[in-house]
Design a protein around this ligand. Structure first.
Ligand code: TRP
Length: 455
């Protein structure tokens, strides 16, 4: 443990840093496709409910563990329990999960590189909407290119981590994130003008309750945890940097709201175009890569320059957002390898690159040559994603809320949440949030966790 930990300078800095970790491919790539696969509006409803009733309490719980222990995710439980073996062992979970996610996250990073290249070649402008939707299908069928781009993306991030220069890119992302925000607003406004787009809006916001199933909740909760970077110790680590005088509730709610906003906007940008282009909403992980070229090619007919600039900036900013997320995923594993096994930073990063790089190759190939390998209708990519998002993130989050609700003293939790009673609003809110952390979140997560295996 470090003798003195640096703190975030201000409340805005806290929210920006946590939102930077949260906002990424999870909102823009994963949310629209998972919503499309699980019933649209019923999923969106379940997702918002899950975020408010379960994820926000879990978020607060992670921040409390981090700020109270003043240390990283791996050691925090151990520090707070005086080294109890069970909680020491729990500390290993947040090391393993990020590596699992990093493997397939990088594949989508590779896809984004290809689309940036296509945007630079103006491939979406000089084409018909019909032909542009082909760009994805022909790309994914190529045996080598997606694999090579995945490895390139991973190596780039791994290099930045091994050199310890990630601060540069994180500072850079403070500029690109607002640009991405403006672009998504622009794209969604445009997308809403496409003929047939109304159906997409209805699909997202008009619930068809016949589509509701326990699976909807399982995927909604998994998506919510994934999107907020919960259940793998990232927020515990951020929490440890939050200064004593900061208001935990405001930082947590601020992050959750901005993350939710990004996801909704991404849905509004993608879903109307999906319907306008007659793409199947449940098309899977390729959904945004199939519908965006259509948007840009349509836009290109009326305003070629705007469309070209929007496409290039969009894929560029997405790549930066994905890089900051992948970098922090690699960072968690690296820190552990260095501390536990006494490896040098470059050695630790090399091992992680070897492990995740090869696992990612399998994920990438599962859209092509290895698509025949499936378990319960899931290809290798889906299995990685499912075991992380639907199983392990839930397991870790369950342990965190049990820890804060049952292992930590209520007095300490209240003290941390209200800053020793200094924040009146938090004092009044405490009983509610404590109830959510202690009872609502564990019961909901447990039920949803079990439902994954029996339905
Ligand atoms: N939340 C990120 C996204 O939406 C992905 C992510 C999950 C993440 N867990 C993380 C990023 C931990 C950094 C650290 O894309």
């Amino acid at each position: 443990m470090e003798a003195r930990r640096e703190g975030f300078g201000s409340r805005t800095a806290v929210i920006l840093a946590m939102a930077g970790s949260a906002i990424g491919l999870g909102n823009i790539w994963r949310f629209p496709y998972v919503a499309g696969e699980h019933g649209g509006a019923v999923f969106v409803l379940a997702y918002v409910l899950a975020t408010v009733l379960v994820s926000l309490p879990v978020f607060v719980a992670e921040v409390i563990v981090g700020r109270r222990s003043r240390t990283n995710a791996k050691d925090s439980f151990s520090v707070l329990t005086g080294g109890k073996p069970f909680w020491k062992a729990v500390g290993f979970l947040p090391v393993f999960i990020p590596l699992l996610i990093a493997s397939y996250y990088s594949v989508i990073g590779g896809w984004s590189i290809e689309f940036l290249i296509q945007a630079l070649k103006l491939a979406f402008i000089n084409t018909t909407p019909e032909a542009s939707t082909e760009i994805f299908t022909s790309f994914i069928a190529r045996p080598w290119l997606p694999v090579v781009l995945h490895l390139l993306f991973f190596l780039l991030c791994a290099f930045i981590v091994s050199r310890g220069v990630k601060n540069g890119i994180e500072r850079f992302s403070k500029i690109t994130l607002p640009v991405l925000f403006v672009l998504i607003v622009l794209i969604s406004v445009y997308s809403l003008t496409l003929p047939g787009s109304k159906e997409g809006v209805a699909y997202l916001f008009k619930p068809d309750f016949s589509k509701l199933s326990p699976k909807t909740f399982a995927y909604a909760l998994g998506q919510s945890f994934y999107s907020l970077s919960l259940g793998m110790g990232a927020i515990i680590t951020y929490g440890s940097y939050i200064r004593r005088e900061e208001n935990i509730m405001i930082s947590s709610a601020g992050t959750a709201v901005s993350d939710l906003l990004f996801a909704m906007l991404a849905g509004l940008a993608i879903m109307p175009a999906v319907f306008a282009a007659d793409i199947e909403p449940g098309a899977g992980p390729g959904l945004i890569f199939q519908s965006l070229p259509y948007i840009f090619s349509k836009m290109g007919i009326q305003a070629p320059v705007l469309s070209a600039v929007a496409a290039i900036l969009f894929f560029f900013t997405i790549i930066i957002a994905a890089m900051t997320s992948l970098i922090s995923l690699i960072e968690v594993g690296t820190a552990c390898f260095v501390e536990k096994f006494g490896l040098s930073r470059p050695a630790a990063v090399s091992i992680i690159t070897l492990l995740c790089g090869s696992a990612g190759v399998l994920c990438s190939l599962s859209f092509g040559p290895l698509s025949g390998i499936t378990v319960a209708d899931k290809n290798i990519f889906d299995i990685f994603d499912w075991s992380a998002s639907n199983v392990l993130l839930l397991l870790m989050s369950l342990l965190v809320v049990i820890f804060v609700g049952f292992v930590m003293k209520k007095r300490d939790v209240r003290d941390e949440f209200t800053n020793g009673g200094a924040f009146g609003g938090n004092v009044r809110m405490f009983d509610l949030i404590y109830f959510l952390i202690k009872w609502v979140a564990p019961v909901a997560v447990l039920l949803i966790f079990i439902s994954n295996f029996i339905i």
